[in-house]
Design a protein around this ligand. Structure first.
Ligand code: DPP
Ligand code: ZN
Length: 846
């Protein structure tokens, strides 16, 4: 396999000015006719060969200026079609290919999902449709004519505006679409099938009336209301916050069950996997509702950050993804609760991105090289990328950030650009220079920043010394003396604060202002003080997490030395007072009493010990449940509600607190709390509460668990999205020896290896349960090794995501290392392995 490097970037030899596509969709095969107006790329270059990408295509014909090329005038191999001496100047290229969407299980290019045709072209799927310069810096105006059977495929969609439609012979019909905006091939989309739509409209700030349609099989239309609400909210928000308006008269969203990614921002024709559109109170949780809001917003926001201004090459992916994640985070914060959203985003970064950045797949937010680009749609490019964008806003303020965005669009609308262009727009708009900031784009790894403080009462000065890192913000205690942004630029820097009458407790890195590990000399009592008093709610939560992490690590050491575990009573008191504090937001309380995940703790150990971490986390959970039982019971009782389901922060916060408390209680596995959980399960009127009760009940092996799981399946067996949750719940379970159950579920009639969502739920879910995936006997590793090879034959992108679970194998003890390594070696040496899986597995072994 060939590795591709950023430093080798060259401009394309040819430009494509206009692309006309014609699809004849059939049951056995599809014929694609591509007409391209080609012009020389670099001025003055003389007839370089025209190299087109292509994959799994059957070439039927190729014409230049209307004349069929002879055999010696072009070459075809499994990846390219090369026209050796194209004419000088502008010419017409016409290529006809035959493809087989019904056999395409990779879900890239054109494929079928439950009888409908759809496409996924990012990053390099367009080359599975036709021969093309399939790279984002080749931007063209497209038309797309679709012909298909009218009964089987009554709805025919592509990007842009519908220009013409009509009937043809033999029961066929056609539709002709034209997209007036230039776009790269990865934003092309086509959908054909039997779909109904929910229609609504939005009037933009300049008075454009936009028709909004969400397409889905007719029976699911009632479940599209929340997605439509989210879309309109996103359109409004982008106008208000960034002055960005939608630019066409039609915006379509199509729902498909089989989709590799979450969703795709194709110009005016977004395609989503069902989970991220379909919701009803009975079938979707608050988490699902929030995810839908965020992702519908995310894909809509790409219309400007991604589509109008796109990436020069795939190394720049974070240019559009980091920025668009940042935008969707802000959108969700503005519509919900900022602190709670920030806590969720930072947790995600810590749980998923930090480990990636410390392992063999570590890469900068702008990678230097890749074998398969699909492998770089990562938490680093997305989530850490969003943190880097957030730092511009921290440094320049909201209005400075907005100025930078305005300048970015003013300079680059209609272009394919780089991360430096974004950086330059931000700096120029603010007349600023950020000399070291570009390092965030080129360096992998999470910086650790050490902070030491000292107070001198005689001179009333307080000093903070930072070493080894990046950027800091600082503020003071509950009656903030002041809040200030300190830019930390050198290897070591000291900041002195004068006229400080008494020793302050610094509240550092407020709102988590830089993606670093903070190693401060704050004492335990400082941290308890911040947990009780910090006026920055994020840092209040953070203080509790720092305490919990320290506590868990020390108990893990006790466990390993077979000492009796004792829970620090101050910690219990701290959480009790949070739980009793009626002035705090309820979802904040839920987050503040939730312990750091097992992965976070393992991440901090020299040798990760899943058994010890699991035992300690369970010990603390039960101990807290025991000691706070009355408060937890009271919280469950007082947070029941008979109101109809509402998607708003207060209702969601109430449910979050109730569900968190119920989970604590059920961990006690005592008859009264089991009874309570069963009661909550049976009386729940929405999925958020029903599923939380099921989760609570399923913590403890036994008949109650088995009955509840069966009951849930029986109730929801006809709803594949709820069934996916049922798979995920069992897959992630900590119950001993769960691999046997998960293995069995692979042959459950509702499971389907070809559906990514089910694979992510069941197999991905299993790998997320440290105690079972890392089982000492290697059973978890063996399970995954076998499944990866099976999956790879069906869908390399999905297989590659699954094999990533092995990547941190060196973090474990020697015995586990040997077992995991054996699986990776078995995978790497398998016949016909995809490049996707090869890249992850071989880099993991390197
Ligand atoms: N569809 C993916 C996303 O929006 C890739 N662009 O992030
Ligand atoms: Zn995106």
């Amino acid at each position: 396999p060939k590795e591709i490097f950023l430093k080798d970037y060259r401009k394309p030899d040819y430009l494509f000015d206009k692309v006309d596509l014609q699809f004849q969709l059939g049951e056995e095969k599809t014929i694609v006719t591509t007409k391209i107006v080609v012009s020389p790329g670099v001025e003055g270059s003389i007839s370089a060969p025209l190299v087109l990408h292509g994959c799994d295509l059957k070439l039927l014909s190729i014409k230049v200026n209307g004349t069929e090329l002879k055999g010696e005038e072009y070459t075809v191999d499994s990846r390219h079609l090369t026209v050796s001496t194209p004419p000088a100047g502008v010419f017409n290229l016409e290529i006809v290919t035959e493809i087989y969407p019904q056999l395409n299980t990779s879900l890239e290019g054109l494929y079928k999902s439950t009888g409908n045709f759809c496409t996924q072209c990012e990053a390099e799927g367009f080359r599975k449709i036709t021969y093309f310069q399939d790279r984002p810096d080749v931007m063209a105006k497209y038309t797309c004519r679709i012909e298909a059977d009218k009964t089987l495929y009554p709805v025919l969609l592509s990007n842009g505006n519908l220009i013409e439609q009509g009937d043809l012979e033999d029961g066929k019909h056609f539709a002709l679409w034209e997209d007036p905006f230039k776009k790269p091939s990865y934003l092309f989309a086509l959908v054909a099938g039997q779909l109904g739509c929910r229609e609504d409209s939005f009037v933009t700030c300049s008075g454009r009336n936009v028709t909004l349609r969400i397409w889905t099989p007719a029976q699911d239309l009632p479940k599209t209301a929340h997605a439509m609400y989210s879309l309109k909210a996103a359109m409004q928000w982008d106008e208000e916050v960034f002055g960005l308006e939608y630019d066409l008269d039609l915006f379509n969203i199509v729902v498909v069950p089989d989709f590799n990614m979450g969703a795709m921002e194709n110009k005016s024709l977004n395609i989503f996997q069902s989970r991220l559109v379909l919701a009803s109170p009975e079938t979707a949780t608050d988490g699902d509702y929030a995810a839908i809001l965020g992702v519908v917003g995310h894909e809509y926001f790409h219309n400007w950050t991604g589509n109008r201004v796109t990436c020069r090459d795939w190394f720049q992916l974070t240019l559009k993804e980091g920025l668009t994640v940042f935008r969707d985070q802000e959108f969700s914060s503005d519509l919900g609760c900022r602190t709670v959203k920030r806590i969720a985003d930072v947790s995600k970064l810590r749980i998923y991105q930090f480990p990636q950045d410390a392992g063999p797949m570590a890469h900068p937010i702008r990678p230097h090289s890749y074998i398969k680009m699909d492998n770089f749609y990562t938490v680093t490019v997305y989530e850490k990328g969003a943190e880097v964008v957030r730092m511009y806003k921290t440094m320049f303020g909201a209005s400075g950030f907005r100025k930078g965005m305005d300048l970015y669009f003013q300079r680059h609308d209609g272009q394919a650009v780089t991360c430096e262009d974004f950086y330059a727009a931000m700096c120029d708009a603010n007349n600023a220079q950020l000399p070291h900031f570009l390092q965030w784009y080129s360096q992998a790894g999470t910086p650790t920043v050490k902070v030491s403080s000292s107070y001198d009462p005689s001179s009333q000065t307080f000093s903070l010394k930072f070493s080894d890192g990046t950027l800091q913000t600082l503020a003071s205690d509950d009656k903030p003396v002041f809040t200030t942004v300190l830019q930390f630029k050198k290897k070591e820097e000291e900041f002195i604060f004068e006229n400080i009458p008494e020793k302050p407790v610094p509240s550092l890195l407020r709102g988590y202002s830089a993606p670093v590990r903070l190693d401060s000399d704050l004492s335990e009592s400082d941290l308890f003080f911040l947990l009780a008093n910090d006026s920055d709610e994020f840092n209040r939560w953070e203080a509790g997490q720092v305490l919990a992490r320290k506590l868990m690590l020390s108990l893990v050491a006790d466990f390993q030395q077979q000492k009796t575990l004792v829970l620090n009573p101050k910690f219990v008191d701290g959480l009790r007072s949070i739980l009793r504090n009626t002035s705090l937001d309820k979802e904040f309380i839920a987050k503040a009493i939730t312990l750091p995940g097992q992965g976070e703790i393992m991440d901090m150990m020299a040798v990760a010990d899943p058994d010890a971490v699991h035992a300690v986390r369970n010990f603390i959970k039960k101990e807290l449940a025991l000691q706070l039982k009355d408060d937890l019971l009271a919280a469950v009782a007082s947070n029941r509600s008979s109101e109809a389901y509402m998607f708003n922060h207060n209702s969601m916060a109430r449910r979050a607190l109730k569900n968190t408390c119920l989970a604590y209680l059920a961990s006690l596995n005592e008859p009264d709390v089991t009874e309570l959980a069963l009661h909550e399960y049976k009386t729940a009127t929405n999925m958020t509460e029903q599923f939380a009760a099921l989760l609570a009940l399923s913590q403890n092996p036994g008949k109650v668990r088995d009955d509840a799981l069966l009951d849930f399946y029986n109730q929801w067996q006809n709803d594949y999205l709820v069934v996916s949750k049922w798979f995920a719940l069992q897959a992630t379970s900590d119950i001993p020896g769960n691999v046997v159950n998960v293995q069995k579920l692979l042959s459950h009639p509702a499971f389907d290896m070809r559906n990514p969502n089910k694979v992510y739920s069941l197999i991905g879910g299993f790998c997320g349960s440290p105690v079972n995936f890392h089982a000492k006997d290697g059973s978890g590793y063996k399970f995954l090794g076998e499944v990866v090879l099976q999956l790879d034959k069906i869908n390399p992108q999905v297989a590659s995501r699954m094999v990533s679970a092995f990547s941190r194998w060196r973090r474990y003890d020697e015995n586990r290392q040997a077992l995991a390594k054996a699986q990776l070696e078995m995978i790497v040496s398998a016949n016909g392995l995809s490049e996707n899986v090869y890249e992850i597995a071989s880099k993991s072994l390197a």
